[in-house]
Design a protein around this ligand. Structure first.
Ligand code: NAP
Length: 302
């Protein structure tokens, strides 16, 4: 029985060492498996030609999402597992906190003033009057809300299934959520329902002067609609870690928009050792006939 690793070679060596220690009975191959029929597990970002691997049981994504896979091209008996690295939530908490505070304290406005050598107060809103709403109350959304607690914002959350979180107003109705959100933080997975969700209609449903923090997936954002909403003055700012497309081309207007801060999809980086431990645990579960941690629900697509 073998595992085929199809990602970064240096990361592959970390995985190889983890498997040699924990599961030496699993043959570990990087990039090429001499006997494809022996391959039961694949670790990858993109999906290879699966017809080569008739005995495949699990595909492990090296990313926190699985939206890069065409799920319909993966045989139904193959489990799909996303990366669950505890450091991802911690890193995302740092990013969301940074971005929400940058929006709350109007960092783009002060950066523009700095460029002009202008020493001047800008309008400020007390945290208790700033309504921060997180879209997607999964692993990352819940962690982000916890991280935002100490700042005293009025917190809310939007999620497909109902949630109850102490001190957080939880919504399953998107328009109702948007109507009471001054800073919207998108941490939704990319699915058919969320592709293009951050569009003109959604921005119009936010109160005037609202801001966006987007750290979900780039394809959820309609860039021209965001720029129109910012230019009309309806939205006051945005922090984007993910864009559509990625990489954002050098001449894309978002790079130079005075109300926008762009980071190149760096909110989180997978820690190789934690990732290896996650996959070792997943293969161990698979060997024991159990569902690996992080296995997605194919009917939901995440
Ligand atoms: P997760 O644990 O699977 O949680 C996703 C949450 O979103 C679930 O609570 C789900 O609701 C909710 N949801 C899904 N579709 C929805 C919809 N149409 N409307 C409302 N709620 C919906 O995922 P996660 O670990 O928190 O990660 C979320 C996403 O963050 C990932 O999929 C990835 O795209 C993105 N991400 C970005 C970075 C970065 O570097 N920028 C890093 C890691 C992850 P239910 O509970 O009802 O299913």
């Amino acid at each position: 029985m073998a595992l085929l690793f199809l990602s970064d070679a240096a990361r592959g060596e970390v995985f190889r060492a983890a498997f040699a220690k924990a599961l030496p009975q699993v043959a570990f191959h990087v990039q090429h498996a001499p006997d494809p029929a022996a391959v039961r597990w694949i670790v990858t970002w993109t999906c290879p030609d699966l017809s080569l691997y008739p005995n495949l049981e699990v595909i492990f994504s090296v990313g926190a999402g699985v939206d890069q896979f065409d799920l319909s091209a993966i045989p139904p008996q193959v489990q799909i597992v996303r990366m669950l690295d505890p450091s991802i939530a911690q890193q995302m908490c740092g990013y969301v906190t940074m971005a929400v505070l940058a929006m709350h304290r109007d960092l783009p406005g002060y950066l523009a003033q700095q460029a002009q050598g202008l020493w001047q107060d800008r309008p400020a809103t007390p945290a208790a009057q700033r309504r921060v709403g997180v879209m997607g109350l999964g692993q990352l959304g819940l962690a982000a809300l916890q991280a935002l607690r100490p700042f005293g914002f009025a917190l809310s959350g939007y999620n497909r299934s109902a949630r109850q979180i102490e001190g957080v107003a939880c919504f399953t109705d998107l328009p109702a959520f948007l109507a009471q959100t001054d800073i919207a933080v998108c941490l939704l997975p990319l699915t058919q329902d969320t592709r293009g969700l951050l569009n003109r209609e959604l921005f119009a449903a936010l109160p005037a002067g609202a801001r966006l923090v987007h750290a979900g997936r780039g394809a959820q954002l309609v860039s021209k609609d965001l720029i129109a909403a910012l230019d009309s003055g309806h939205l006051a700012g945005a922090v984007l870690d993910v864009t559509n497309p990625e990489p954002l081309p050098p001449d894309a207007p978002l790079w130079r928009h005075p109300k926008v801060i762009v980071t190149p999809h760096i909110a989180t980086r997978t820690d190789d050792h934690a990732a290896a431990a996650h996959v070792v645990a997943g293969v161990g579960a698979s060997l024991a006939g159990q569902i690996p941690p992080g296995a997605i629900d194919r009917s939901k697509g995440y």
